[in-house]
Design a protein around this ligand. Structure first.
Ligand code: NZQ
Ligand code: ZN
Length: 386
């Protein structure tokens, strides 16, 4: 196992009725910027629950954070936070709203002379940020209790992350009942995104991180169990609670500590979203199977372990590893996510060229858990996803 340091300061309130904890977590009389997306929280009653919990607070609202949160939008929110002199930022929504809140919290306290765009990509240090609280409405990214944020800037074709301990949310409410209004497309996205966060930290090479492996296998097995149930029976609150906790744990940090990690599916996936406006999880469902096939020999031992422990297959390493990739593809398709670019009307050769032009702007090569993948390899992975 590799050395690691681990820190997870977010207090998680899990279960029905836990929105009320906001009143305890955010000191009364605080000035709170409530950040949300396109309005789902007003239709499903989440907004009303939050406002009841914040009856002792002074609440300012910023609505309209879009999926794949846009830098220009977030800059308007940061300006509002400064003018209103807010003490807290409260994100109510999915990963986009939460990531947006992380940026707002950092940008609002940045020195005037520093370009806030430099926050993205960690090109300027963040020394402080407003405290952040979260009410999660879409289990997928783990953003509610991690220190990462992914921001898009459409004008310059950028989608990049930043990571900083200052933007760990102080608290996060995970109430499965708040997700009952999710359309099936977002359930599919959420389950597959959580699945692939786990594989990015697990399907690499053996590193004697036995507990981390079994955490990963537990998350994958549980998602395989509850994902289809949640799609077929949207009112099954127990399945949903387990899906929500899996999505949190997949990117909470514990799966990846002391382990080699990959993240190439995410690197390529972010470019596909920028170029073709695909949902984040749609891009991953297309890239991961192709990556596993392309890197088959490098990942053979872990693929075989995955096939045996998660899918219950037997046979030689090669047989089990191939069967595991097939089963993974079937699972994504069962969850309603196509695994080929053609299903999105895209030509793989053209896509590979476009990704090849954009990726070097955002990533330093070589990539992958062994540091072996070149730009040409990444383009080949995209071509194989035809
Ligand atoms: O905007 P509203 O109206 O709220 O609608 C949203 C949005 O249209 C809707 N939604 C959310 N909760 C709902 C709901 N609709 C009905 N009922 C509810 N309860 O869902 C749509 C998608 O929301 P979004 O937040 O964009 O989805 P997701 O949580 O999948 O987040 C995706 C973003 O997170 C980034 C992605 O790149 C993408 O930008 N990621 C962040 C990570 C992190 N911070 O650690 C890691 C991930 O790998 C990922 O990159
Ligand atoms: Zn993801």
């Amino acid at each position: 196992m590799q050395n690691f340091s681990f820190h997870a300061p977010t207090r998680i309130h899990f279960g029905q009725g836990q929105v009320a904890q906001l009143a305890v977590e955010i000191p009364a009389a605080s000035r709170v910027l409530l950040v949300y997306g396109g309005g789902s929280i007003k239709q499903n009653g989440v907004y009303q629950q939050v406002m009841v919990a914040l009856s002792q607070h002074e609440v300012f609202e910023f609505a309209g954070v879009e999926a794949n949160p846009e830098y220009e939008t977030l800059m308007r929110a940061a300006a509002q936070a400064k003018v209103a002199k807010v003490d807290w930022v409260l994100a109510v929504g999915g990963g986009s709203v939460i990531d947006g809140a992380k940026f707002i919290a950092a940008a609002a306290l940045l020195d005037e002379e520093i370009d806030p765009w430099l926050i993205v990509g960690n090109r300027t240090p963040i020394r402080c940020a407003l405290p952040i609280a979260v009410v999660l409405t879409l289990p997928a990214t783990g953003a509610e209790s991690n220190f990462a944020s992914v921001i898009s800037r459409r004008a310059t074709q950028d989608k990049m992350s930043f990571k900083n301990a200052m933007v760990f949310p102080r608290c996060a409410v995970l109430d499965p009942a708040l997700t009952l209004s999710l359309p099936s497309r977002q359930i599919s996205n959420g389950v597959v995104d959580a699945f692939i966060h786990t594989t990015e930290q697990y399907l690499t090479f053996p590193a004697e991180a036995r507990l981390q492996d079994r955490l990963a296998e537990g998350i994958l097995s549980t998602l395989i169990e509850v994902g289809p149930v949640t799609l077929a029976h949207p009112d099954d609150i127990n399945a949903r609670a387990n899906y929500m906790w899996c999505a949190n744990q997949a990117l909470f940090g514990l799966v990846g500590v002391g382990q080699p990690q990959d993240w190439v599916s995410h690197a390529i996936g972010h470019e596909l979203t920028t170029l073709y406006d695909m949902d984040h999880a749609q891009t991953l469902a297309v890239v991961l199977p192709s990556l596993l096939r392309y890197c088959f020999d490098d990942k053979l031992l872990k693929l075989a372990q995955y096939g045996r422990r998660v899918w219950g297959f037997s046979g030689s390493d090669h047989e089990v590893a191939h069967a595991a990739i097939h089963a993974t593809v079937d699972f994504f398709e069962q969850m309603g996510l196509p695994t080929h670019l053609a299903a999105y009307g895209l030509n793989a050769d053209e896509v590979a060229l476009a990704v090849g032009n954009l990726l070097p702007k955002h990533k330093a090569f070589p990539l992958g858990e062994r540091g072996r993948l070149t730009l040409a390899d990444c383009m080949a992975i995209v071509r194989m996803a035809k």
